[in-house]
Design a protein around this ligand. Structure first.
Ligand code: BGC
Length: 419
C-alpha cells in the first residue's frame, strides 16, 4: 500500500476524465464500424477460447459470447446526451475533460466539411467552458474516415496532407475554446495493433508497415503542430503516449539489460520522433512490466477484468523518468482499469494520486490527471463488456449511474482543490 505524502498539488492542476469519440458517441461511420460488422460473429465464437481463464469470465461470458457486444452501435449516445454527462464532471468537482473529435463526422467525404458536425463540436466545447471545465482535444483517437483508409490511410506518405488539413480546419473552427491539443492518441499502439498484431483494422502483419505508419504519423504530427503553433502560440500540443514502466525483477545483468531495452523500445524509440513539436508530454499509464532475464513476468497480485496486472503506484516512476528525460511537463491523459464490480477502482485511484503527488514532491512538473474513463465505453476489439467508467452505463436503457468509487473520488478532488 502506497504511503501518503503531504505535497500540495499545484493550484491549476487539471483534475479530469477522458473519453474518445468512437468509444462513447454512438452511431459512427468509420473504418472501425465497417470492421466491427464484419468480425462480430467470429469474435463472439472465439470468446471462450480467449477469455475463459480471466478472473471475470463468469460474469462477462454472456456479453462476450454475444456478437452484439462487438458492434459499437448506439453505445451511451453521448453525442446527444453530452450535457448530462458533463454534469457528472461537475458532480465530481473536476475541472478538465479530454475527448476526441470524430474526423469521419467532420469530413464524411474527402474535402467536404459537415457544418452540422462542426457546429455540434462548437456547442460541445461551449458546454464545457460554461461549466469551467478545461477541454483537452484529441484530433485522432484510432478512428478514421473510410475514404481515408480506402486510400491507404497512414501507410501512404501522400495521405498525411489530409490529416494536416483536417487538423488545421478543426483549430481554425474551434480554436477559440481550445488550448490543449493532442494530435494523435498512442501512435505506437494504433500502428502495432493494426499493422503488426492483426488485432485491429486493417489486420496487417508487417513490421515495415508498422514502422512506416509511425513515421507518417510523426510527419503528420510535426506538420500539424507547425501550422497550429503559427495560428496562435496559446495552443499547447502533444501526442498521448502509452507508457509502461519496465523494471528488472532481480539483479542479474540480463534482467537489468532487458528492462532497459524494453523501456527504450516501448517509450523512447517512439517519443523521440514526436517530441520536438510537443509543448508537454501526454502520458497514458496502464501497465508495469517486471522483466526477468529476457522475459516479462508480472507478479499478478491483482488482476483487472481484462486480466491486466495492476500496479498503479508505479505511475510515480513513469512520470519521474519521462519528465527527467524530456524536460517537458507531463499530463496524464489516461489511466484507469476495467472493473465492472467497482471493487478495485477506489484503491487504484488512491495509489495513483499518491504516486503523482510523490513525483511532484521529487521535482516533476505535472499538469493534470485525467482518469480513463468518464463513461463505460467501447473497448475496441473487446467490445462493450470491459467497464472502465466512473459512470456506469446500462446499454439497454441508457441509464447512467456514478459508481461508488467515483462518488468517493469526487470528495477527494474537492479536498485537494480546496473547494
Ligand atoms: C486507449 C483507450 C482505451 C484504453 C483502455 C488506451 O490505450 O487510448 O482508447 O480504451 O487504453 O484499454
Amino acid at each position: 500500500m502506497t504511503k501518503k505524502t503531504n505535497t500540495q498539488f499545484p493550484k491549476h492542476f487539471l483534475w479530469g476524465a477522458s473519453t474518445a469519440s468512437h468509444q462513447v458517441e454512438g452511431d459512427n461511420h468509420n473504418q472501425w464500424t465497417v470492421w466491427e460488422l464484419e468480425n462480430a460473429k467470429s469474435k463472439a465464437a472465439q470468446a471462450e477460447y480467449h477469455y475463459s481463464d480471466y478472473p471475470s469470465w463468469d460474469f462477462i461470458k454472456n456479453a462476450a459470447n454475444d456478437p452484439d457486444n462487438y458492434v459499437s452501435g448506439d453505445l451511451a449516445d453521448h453525442y446527444h446526451r453530452y450535457e448530462e454527462d458533463f454534469d457528472f464532471l461537475t458532480k465530481m468537482n473536476m475541472n478538465a475533460y479530454r475527448f476526441s473529435i470524430e474526423w469521419s463526422r467532420v469530413e464524411p467525404r474527402e474535402g467536404a466539411w459537415n457544418i452540422e458536425a462542426i457546429t455540434h463540436y462548437k456547442q460541445y466545447l461551449a458546454a464545457l467552458r460554461k461549466r469551467d471545465i478545461e477541454p483537452i482535444v484529441t484530433l485522432f483517437h484510432f478512428t478514421l474516415p473510410t475514404w481515408f483508409t480506402d486510400m491507404g490511410g497512414f501507410e501512404k506518405r501522400a495521405n498525411v496532407k489530409y490529416f494536416v488539413r483536417y487538423a488545421e480546419k478543426i483549430v481554425h473552427e474551434l480554436g477559440s475554446d481550445m488550448r490543449y491539443i493532442i494530435t494523435i492518441n498512442e501512435p505506437e499502439v494504433y500502428a502495432f495493433e493494426s499493422y503488426y498484431l492483426q488485432n485491429w483494422p486493417p489486420n496487417q502483419n508487417s513490421i515495415w508497415k508498422y514502422l512506416r505508419v509511425i513515421h507518417n504519423m510523426a510527419i503528420g504530427h510535426k506538420r500539424a503542430a507547425k501550422i497550429i503553433h503559427s495560428m496562435n502560440r496559446k495552443f499547447k500540443l502533444s501526442i498521448s503516449k502509452n507508457s509502461t514502466y519496465a523494471y528488472p525483477g532481480d539483479n542479474a545483468w540480463l534482467s537489468r539489460l532487458s528492462a532497459n531495452v524494453v523501456q527504450y523500445f516501448q517509450d523512447d524509440f517512439i517519443i523521440k520522433r514526436f517530441i520536438k513539436s510537443c509543448d508537454f508530454l501526454g502520458v497514458n499509464y496502464y501497465f508495469t512490466n517486471r522483466v526477468y532475464g529476457y522475459r516479462i513476468h508480472n507478479p499478478d497480485l491483482k488482476l483487472s477484468d481484462l486480466h491486466w496486472d495492476m500496479q498503479p503506484a508505479d505511475i510515480e516512476f513513469v512520470i519521474e523518468r519521462l519528465n527527467r528525460t524530456y524536460r517537458l511537463p507531463i499530463m496524464i491523459t489516461e489511466n484507469g482499469l476495467a472493473d465492472a464490480k467497482d471493487q478495485y477502482r477506489e484503491w487504484w485511484i488512491k495509489e495513483t494520486v499518491v504516486g503523482i503527488q510523490k513525483s511532484i514532491a521529487s521535482g516533476a512538473e505535472v499538469l493534470g490527471y485525467l482518469h480513463w474513463s468518464l463513461l463505460d465505453n467501447f473497448e475496441w476489439a473487446y467490445g462493450k463488456w470491459p467497464r472502465f467508467g466512473l459512470v456506469a452505463i446500462d446499454y439497454k436503457t441508457g441509464r447512467r449511474i456514478l459508481r461508488p468509487s467515483a462518488v468517493w473520488y469526487g470528495k477527494v478532488i474537492k479536498k485537494l482543490r480546496k473547494l
